[in-house]
Design a protein around this ligand. Structure first.
Ligand SMILES: N[C@@H](CCC(=O)N[C@@H](CS)C(=O)NCC(=O)O)C(=O)O
Length: 237
């Protein structure tokens, strides 16, 4: 039995981490049985979630989880796609992970009001006296990561412009299709759903959220995917 290590549902999302949602979606799409465990962060081999343990083998990182499912279970996520679509699917996925993800980090962690509504809760496990020291250290590290990545160097107006373009690109690629490439989900749908759900999260005020909420096809896609793959999930759980 596979054990997938997650943060657990938060912020009205199946998981606060889009990478965890992606990994869980991949397991769901492949129809592989799994259990979740929310107590594995301390032992995460790469210091991040998700990772899974499958019959004694540890696989860290959502993309290596995908490769593991493909190799061990012989499930081909993109079997319905032609070569051009496979290339596009991979490119869209990496745009989400390496570009849009940083808007999620910026919006949740750098905006004080958003931080107090969301990420501050992660620190409730730390002793109250230590929190005033730990919290600024973690936020400073993320600020440095945002500067290294580049997004953190832009003005809010510039970031808003980039968010608009990124979200418009996603909405245009999806169009009126049920899934990214037609009537069957592919591997990139796991990532697409994860990041659209994260971006739409109404708890966090941001240009990304406003841009996504203005795209009816993205909202409908999020709702469809949630109903199909997380039936019974309540936004406040
Ligand atoms: N490339 C990794 C990214 C995973 C990732 O960034 N996870 C974040 C949550 S969204 C994390 O665990 N961060 C904790 C930390 O850096 O301390 C993947 O695809 O799984």
């Amino acid at each position: 039995m596979i054990v997938l290590y997650t943060f657990g549902s938060a912020f009205g999302l199946p998981d606060p981490s889009p990478f965890v949602i992606k990994a869980e979606m991949l397991l769901k799409l492949a129809g592989v049985d799994y259990a979740v465990d929310t107590r594995g962060f301390g032992k995460a081999p790469k210091g991040k979630l998700p990772y899974l343990v499958d019959d004694g083998l540890t696989v860290a990182d959502s993309t290596f989880i995908r490769l593991h499912i493909e190799k061990k279970y012989g499930f081909e996520f993109d079997s319905a796609l032609n070569l051009e679509q496979k290339g596009l699917a991979w490119s869209i996925e990496k745009m989400l992970e390496d570009h849009l993800y940083w808007f999620v980090v910026q919006d949740r962690w750098m905006d004080d009001a958003n931080f107090r509504k969301g990420p501050i809760k992660f620190f409730e496990v730390a002793p109250a006296v230590l929190r005033p020291m730990i919290i600024p250290i973690v936020r400073r590290k993320l600020r440095a990561a945002l500067a290294a990545q580049g997004l953190g160097r832009h003005t809010p107006a510039e970031r808003g412009e980039l968010a608009q373009r990124a979200v418009a690109a996603l909405a245009n690629v999806l169009g009126e299709k049920r899934y990214l490439f037609g009537d069957r989900p592919c591997g990139a749908d796991a990532t697409f759903f994860a990041f659209v759900a994260a971006g739409l999260c109404p708890l966090f005020a941001s240009a990304t959220q406003v841009a996504m909420a203005a795209q009816p096809n993205l909202v409908a896609y999020r709702d469809r995917m949630l109903a199909q793959f997380y039936p019974g999930f309540k936004a406040d759980s």
